[in-house]
Design a protein around this ligand. Structure first.
Ligand code: DC
Length: 218
């Protein structure tokens, strides 16, 4: 059987910097990139627009399997509309964490995520990349940082994108989201078997990227 293209799986909690690191590692290796969190954010946004309750597992599962999602030139399109900025709003991140608890939603997104595994390779970030979606990944990284460091990063990201943000609310939401993502029954955030942990609280982006590349190439 021909071997599948290699995957580097980078999982970790909200605002740990995994997206930034994953994009740069993918660029350095010339690999494809999958931001799986964007898919859950898309389900959150689309379901909010049609007025679905975030607890309606069956309807959310159906919606997830019918969405037209396109990633193009760094933009995310939902049914052809550019929703790249709308996806980053904090309430959408919170709702993404709520809709992501449903097995129906997760199952609907498995095939799409695995379709990103193409030559010469893939860097995928999220919560269950190394544990569920790509359990045979060549390298699994659990990328984390202190709550304070993550809160500060998220604050800067939101302000830079023109959203308003309040540090106290952000830290509370972050901890709530961590707890939901880590304790759900289906594909919770955990340190996958064989994963290497990287705490980036005191690392620059460049140092974190170099460490992941060294692990992969070493
Ligand atoms: O990575 P992010 O913060 O954009 O993800 C938003 C939410 O989506 C996150 O709180 C939980 C969910 N998610 C998930 O359940 N599984 C993934 N692989 C990625 C994200």
């Amino acid at each position: 059987m021909p071997s599948l293209p290699p995957v580097i799986a980078i999982d970790g909690p909200t605002a740990s910097g995994k997206g930034t690191v994953a994009v740069l590692v993918a660029e350095a290796l010339g690999f494809h990139y999958l931001e799986s969190g964007a898919l859950y954010r898309l389900v959150a946004l689309a379901s909010e627009r049609v007025g679905l309750n975030s607890s309606d597992a069956v309807a959310l599962g159906q919606l997830s399997s019918t969405l037209s999602i396109t990633f193009k030139d760094g933009l995310v399109l939902l049914q052809g509309e550019d929703v790249s900025t709308a996806l980053r709003a904090e309430p959408i991140g919170k709702r993404a964490s709520e809709v992501a608890i449903h097995p129906q939603v997760r199952a609907a997104l498995v095939g799409l995520q695995r379709s990103f595994r193409q030559l010469p390779g893939l860097v995928a970030d999220g919560r269950d990349m190394g544990s569920v979606i790509f359990p045979d990944a060549s390298l699994k990284v659990y990328l984390t940082a202190s709550v304070l460091a993550r809160g500060q990063r998220r604050y800067k990201q939101l302000i830079a994108k023109g959203f308003s943000a309040n540090m106290t609310d952000l830290l509370r939401d972050l901890e709530e989201r961590d707890a939901r993502d880590q304790t759900r029954e289906n594909a919770p955030l955990l340190i996958a078997a064989g994963a290497k942990t990287l705490d980036t609280s005191d690392l620059s982006v460049d140092q974190a990227v170099r460490q992941v590349l060294a692990w992969y190439q070493g």
